[in-house]
Write a protein that binds this ligand. Structure first.
Ligand SMILES: NC(=O)c1ccc[n+]([C@@H]2O[C@H](COP(=O)([O-])OP(=O)(O)OC[C@H]3O[C@@H](n4cnc5c(N)ncnc54)[C@H](O)[C@@H]3O)[C@@H](O)[C@H]2O)c1
Length: 452
């Protein structure tokens, strides 16, 4: 259990271990100083089955509404409470729940910390938050302290310190805390994971991933994310949104389950995109054009794992460009690559040096989860992957099974935000990504091929 003493230990570790010397360039399988023997890690943690799962939502804007709609179409869910700072959004979600034949959920809209009242008073099994980034940790911590499991939209936390807070709270109160990384359930990502599990790509040594999405219109909108997301570009310079790209390749590389992130180096390009967009859209004298940004338009990080594997990770949301998450997974026998979908497998792909058609492998390697659930998610958010992730969380709670993505995944994948910002500020110096499992990654078994 992480008590105050252990918290002090690991703060010491954060201080002393933050910048890794070049001497660590070789393979390093040892635990970080101060981490050994602290215990408390609950990887592959399970609780007794919960059925039905009583859910409270915090933040029902764009993504929160999508989760509410999904949960109204998943067996074994009761939506009992809705919280948002905007009363009309609470009212809208309450009506959806009633229209689906469930009792009207309790509403909470008395200000930005009203979720605390909801967590303290409602009988809930799970609190899910889809709020602006700064609220994810306060909501999850409040939920867990009040005996509820927590689920949060991405990224789970914006600093390494806050990643530890989620891990320590989940351990202390014996609760789940899942980050809802929906991209792990997209079709090609699932099929790639299946190919990896079947050994078709050989031993996985390298991956490339990212979030490359022109969000200028979204960031300058007068509603939704326009109300809060642009402000982060004035505060932080690094990879602010790592998990859509990183989650799926981390699963392929058994991060926290056979390997672990070790450290990263990160560099950012100059910042131009948001300012130029503001000048063009609102005029050179507009308030928007006078804002000052620190977020480099393209941030590139290079992560090394404890076993010496590498991941290139990109964040690129301020420039005109088509959407891409890259999703390249490379092993000793071949590689899979998305956008466009392509693959090369030694001995199977007919032409040397040329990409093969990914679809050729679908009949044999379509992921069983996609085959079983995708049809139910058709027409729902992000091509159906959101429905599958919601389905899996509820399924795991109802069965009392470990979650596909646990608090250690939430922490490790999100820690890239804080680590990349530290590295950028130190001219690309290596920065440690803490081992939130405290050594359990060496004995945890990999996520299997999930079938239901
Ligand atoms: N997984 C995905 O594909 C995906 C896609 C979009 C957004 N997201 C994530 O979802 C989260 C929300 O994004 P969004 O696009 O829905 O934004 P949004 O602005 O549309 O929704 C946020 C909602 O939270 C409410 N809110 C703000 N502060 C609150 C507080 N203190 N208490 C209660 N409610 C509060 C707002 O009123 C709003 O309704 C973000 O973390 C974002 O990164 C994930």
């Amino acid at each position: 259990m992480a008590d105050d003493h252990n918290a002090k230990d690991r703060r010491e570790f954060l201080k002393t271990g933050a910048v890794i010397g070049a001497t660590l360039a070789g393979l390093d399988l040892t635990l970080p100083a101060g981490a050994a023997g602290r215990g408390g890690a609950r990887s592959q943690f399970r609780v007794i089955p919960i059925d039905p799962v009583r859910v409270g939502f915090v933040g029902v804007g764009g993504m929160g509404s999508a989760h509410v709609q999904n949960y109204l179409n998943i067996d074994g869910v009761q939506i009992k409470a809705i919280c948002d700072i905007v009363p009309s959004k609470v009212e809208r979600a309450q009506k959806w729940v009633e229209a689906a034949g469930q009792p009207r959920p309790a509403g909470y809209s008395k200000g930005p910390t009203d979720f605390e009242r909801m967590c303290a008073t409602e009988d809930l099994d799970l609190v899910m938050t889809a709020t602006p980034w700064e609220w994810h940790v306060p909501v999850c911590v409040s939920a867990m302290k009040n005996g509820k499991h927590a689920a949060t939209e991405v990224p789970a936390a914006m600093s390494i310190e806050d990643c530890w807070k989620l891990v320590e709270t989940a351990e202390k109160y014996g609760k789940h805390c899942q980050m809802m990384e929906n991209c792990c359930y997209d079709r090609i990502e699932l099929m790639t994971l299946n190919l990896v599990r079947q050994g078709v790509l050989g031993d996985i040594l390298h991956a490339e991933a990212g979030y490359l999405h022109d969000l200028r219109g979204v960031k300058f909108s007068s509603e939704g994310e326009g109300l809060w997301r642009r402000a982060w570009a004035q505060k932080l310079n690094g990879n602010l949104y790592p998990t859509h790209g990183l989650g799926p390749v981390a699963q392929c590389m058994n991060i926290n389950r056979g390997d672990a992130f070790d450290f990263l180096v990160s560099l950012s390009s100059p910042t131009r995109g948001l300012h130029e967009y503001a000048v063009e859209k609102f005029g050179a004298d507009s308030a928007q054009a006078k804002e000052r940004y620190v977020l480099g338009d393209v941030n590139t990080s290079l992560i090394r794992t404890k076993l010496g594997k590498t991941i290139i990770l990109i964040h690129d949301t301020n420039l005109p460009r088509p959407y891409n998450r890259i999703n390249l997974v490379q092993g000793t026998r071949g590689l899979a690559h998305k956008w466009p979908d392509r693959i090369y497998i030694e001995g199977k792909s007919p032409t040397l040096h040329q990409w093969d058609d990914f679809e050729k492998f679908a009949a044999e390697f379509e992921h069983p989860l996609w085959k079983a659930i995708a049809a139910k998610g058709e027409g729902r958010g992000h091509g159906g992957m959101d429905y599958i992730e919601d389905y899996r969380l509820i399924w795991s709670l109802r069965k009392g099974e470990p979650l596909d993505q646990d608090v250690y995944d939430a922490a490790a994948w999100s820690a890239v935000v804080g680590a990349s910002c530290q590295s950028v500020s130190r001219k690309g110096a290596p920065v440690a990504i803490p081992d939130f499992t405290r050594g359990k990654w060496m004995t945890n078994s990999p996520l299997g091929i999930i079938t239901a």
